[in-house]
Design a protein around this ligand. Structure first.
Ligand SMILES: C[S@@+](CC[C@H](N)C(=O)[O-])C[C@H]1O[C@@H](n2cnc3c(N)ncnc32)[C@H](O)[C@@H]1O
Length: 471
């Protein structure tokens, strides 16, 4: 039976009856199939009274591991210390790792000191999920010397999540800003500034932790006219160095959204093959290594009519191995500057009023597939559609923030930032695109509404002077 039919059959009234009457629950469980039992167990909600205890215990020998897991989960809600031996038994002996994990979680949820030795025992478990649950249970007692010492022993655990939690608990919060500026502020000389020059030279002069959000589409290796690299390795090295600098200038815990896609370098003749380069997949490990934490992958989906047709051959011959799909997607990889602070910390750095004004109140994209038509430009061959920039700016920044595009091209991101009451900082090396940025920014609704929003266009030399405060 599908879940919508189940939800009609097992409605709120029935659930209330099941959890408040032992006999009704027992007979219900005897007469239902596994799917229905799982559904009912998921819906039981709060269970402070003990009426469900006996029926739930009777399910612990069920063949179905989902049913055993959910029974343990519900038993834990009762908060009855006499269940401790039962939880310990299933934590030690059940063949299912899910049931074991849930049982250790149940031991922890008792929040009873009798559970401490058992939880310590599970710190040595082979399954990192079980260890994690044991840590969670023990953190309630983390002031006790014996617990502290046991947790410290995990500092070199092979699992990265365990290591991270223990490090935070043992060493406390590590982050100390090098920047005296408040989180919602940024250096004045970056405000609505377009610097004409090489991004790597420019970034050397940008102070640490100046930027709230970076969204960029870097050159496509040698696939377009504006970039020439001797080799793919050289290209990746260039991106790696640039994004290390972006990392340095990004504020604690803030976001970097990278738009790339695999590219193709056409074959030189029919006797040779064309070469495809999986740029997003090759950059990703470099980004993680330099301290960006992967958050999400968003797929930008374009209509098939707008992309290059690679199908003509296959359409005729239909021979396997020579299949070539039309590439209708690009990636938007979302990263956060790795931090021991939670996103809530970042939000708390803003006034209540700013948070309120930055809320995304209109219709928003709920999935990671963004269907947006590409924009074609007479001057620049690869511009961002304004809608793509609008979404990134709205979802990943607050009003008043500083938004950066190191490869600004026609400067679409700058226009989105201004329209959405943010500020921009753009760098672009080609003079023909700098002129295009001027035209683009003139289209902004907000350009003339605030005197202090006027963009300034500078070269590297003048930028350095303004950063040093000599202008
Ligand atoms: C894919 S385009 C970006 C297009 C942009 N997103 C837009 O909406 O127009 C990449 C841009 O990076 C610029 N670029 C390439 N290497 C650069 C460098 N070393 N420093 C600054 N800009 C660079 C290119 O001139 C090009 O305009």
């Amino acid at each position: 039976m599908n879940r919508s039919l189940l939800s009609k059959q097992i409605n709120k009234e029935l659930i209330d009856e099941l959890k408040n009457n032992t006999q009704v629950l027992l007979s219900f469980l005897q007469n239902q199939n596994d799917g229905t039992i799982v559904y009912a167990l998921e819906k039981l909600g709060k269970l402070e009274n003990g009426y469900s205890k006996e029926p739930l215990l009777s399910l612990l020998n069920n063949q179905n591991e989902n049913i055993r897991t959910l029974s343990i989960k519900n038993l834990a809600k009762i908060g009855d210390v006499s269940l401790l031996p039962t939880f310990v038994k299933y934590a030690r002996l059940d063949e299912s790792t899910e049931v074991r994990r849930e049982s250790v979680s149940a031991v922890g949820r008792l929040r009873n000191e009798k559970a401490i030795p058992v939880l310590i025992e599970f710190l040595k478990d082979n399954d990192p999920k079980v260890v994690m649950q044991a840590i969670r249970g023990l953190l309630v007692f983390s002031q006790r010397e014996e617990v502290k010492n046991e947790l410290k022993k995990l500092i070199d655990h092979p699992n990265e999540l365990i290591k991270e939690v223990i490090n935070k608990e043992v060493n406390g919060i590590q982050y100390k800003s090098n920047n005296s500026q408040k989180h919602d502020e940024f250096p004045f000389s970056l405000k609505n500034t377009v610097v004409h020059g090489d991004v790597q030279k420019i970034l050397k002069h940008v102070p640490d932790e100046s930027i709230h959000l970076t969204f960029t589409s870097p050159p496509y290796y040698n696939a377009r006219d504006y970039s020439i690299y001797q080799s793919y390795d050289e290209y990746l090295k260039f991106l790696e160095n640039t994004f290390k600098e972006v990392h340095r200038v990004t504020k604690e815990g803030r976001f970097f959204v990278l738009n790339t896609s695999p590219i193709i370098i056409p074959r030189i003749s029919r006797a040779h093959a064309s070469k495809r380069y999986p740029i997003p997949y090759d950059i990703h490990p470099l980004l993680v290594k330099m301290g960006w934490e992967f958050i999400d992958d968003i797929v930008w989906l374009k209509p098939e009519a707008c992309v290059k047709n690679r199908n003509a051959g296959f359409l005729q011959h239909r021979k396997p191995l020579a299949y070539k799909p039309n590439a209708v997607t690009e990636m938007l990889m979302v990263y956060r500057k790795k931090s021991d602070k939670l996103i809530d910390w970042n939000i708390q750095q803003y006034s209540w009023d700013k948070v309120k004004k930055s809320k995304v109140l209109d219709k928003y994209e709920t999935t990671n597939v963004w269907r947006i038509d590409p924009t074609f430009d007479k001057i620049h061959s690869a511009v961002f559609p304004i809608e793509l920039c609008n979404r990134v700016v709205k979802y990943y920044s607050f009003i008043g923030d500083l938004i950066f595009d190191p490869f600004a091209g026609s400067g679409t991101l700058g226009r989105a930032a201004l329209n959405l009451n943010r500020h921009f900082f753009l760098t672009e090396k080609e003079s023909k695109y700098i002129n295009r940025i001027k035209e683009e920014l003139n289209k902004s609704d907000n350009l003339f509404s605030f005197k202090d929003s006027q963009p300034s266009f500078v070269d590297l030399e003048n930028f350095i002077k303004s950063i040093k405060g000599t202008i």
